[in-house]
Design a protein around this ligand. Sequence first.
Ligand SMILES: [Zn+2]
Length: 479
Amino acid sequence: MRPSLIPMPREIEYTGGKSILRADAPVTVTYAPELPEEAYELKIEDGKVTVSASSEAGEFYARRTLEQIIRTCGEECDDLVIRDAPVLSYRGFLVDSCRHFYGAEELKRLIDTAARFKLNKFHWHLTDDQGWRIEIKRYPLLTEVGSVRAGSRFGGVDEGGPYGGFFTQEQIKEIVAYCAARQIEVVPEIEMPGHFTAALSAYPFLGCTGKQIEPMQREGVFPNVLCVGNEDAVAFVKNVLDEVCGLLPGKYIHIGGDEAPRTRWCRCEKCAARMRRQGIRNYDALQGSFIKEISAFLKERGKTAITWNESLKGGVLSPDDVLVQRWMDRKKLCPAFTRAGGKLIEADFYHYYFDYPYGMTPLKKAFDYDPYSKSGADGVFGVEGALWTEFVRTFDDLCEKLFPRLLAVAERGWSGFPTRDYYDFRAAAIVLLPLLKENGIPTLSPFRWDPRSRRREIADFFKGSLSPGSIREMMESRK
Ligand SMILES: [Zn+2]
């Protein structure tokens, strides 16, 4: 029997024989220094399994492929040789732990499942307007005050309250170790200068007005942002990042940079002074200069900053400063950035934002999307599927929204585009569903992956919770 595999390997050669393989079949691993870091060769012949790889990562991925082979072929499998390597070295998934969040045990189930499909970056969204979820020892109020909101009213639905909690540094280390054992790097996101209300609730001096405010209870984009003209406030976020650098060993730190209204900056003496000092003429450039300063700070600590595409608006950032994550780029700044040598992580709103129902983003739509088309293959450094949690109120719902759509991202990141017919991919996803179930990941029935009446599903999703105007606003502005 021939296996169903996701992602599709680069090369499979069937060699004619058949092997009887048990789940605990012994594997002989040989060291092959000539192979690239994540590449591997897997051979099944006469009931024997041989793996060649130059690193633990390559061996890990060979074992993930073997796991799928045994799962889909049962004990009788066609002999084969697979020679495989990924197209991209950044294959990510984002989980928002700010709006609604789940504990370490649930996260581990998601992480383990993602690893089985060779994803290797866990983008962990840890701070936002509605809650600060990472313990920072130097500034304890960030979690004591900023992790708790009085209630939750996302989409106008009153969930009661208060709602709060955070990950201690010990818990974060535990997640980092769990990821590392699965070849996954944690990419923490500490949002600035926008989506910063929770921090301001704990330390009001960080804002332009200095007024006491509370963590937000609903979705949206909010006016109270970091005062980038206040040197003490900028020093504060650098101290936070310094602690984050020490806690998380990975190379990348995401610093947000999206959806930062200029309402407060326009009326702030300190922000005006920074603009005069640096000869900055507009607020987009003010944000650009701030992101540039923070990314230089991270570079000194051996880290690379990632920012959402809005930060390109000021025309200040160069490809040497940051990696850019593209979610929605109406001004075509991303193609210009890649033409100048910049690198993108593709997380297209219409295809890779999985917090919306299948009626909006059917599995086929996610799979058929070519993430390399928007800015040229050379400019694409990574792909990522995102799961924001404003409207995700249970862990089951989170799982059902993320899987199997995330597998489409896994295939694009590992295997490139195009790879195969959608229906072949879909059939493989169905055959591999037990791997998800085993990890405690519920999924919708395959009949619902590509719903016929998409309009109705979209209407049901928004029904009663949002006015037509706010749906439009959300579609326009929300990431
Ligand atoms: Zn200011």
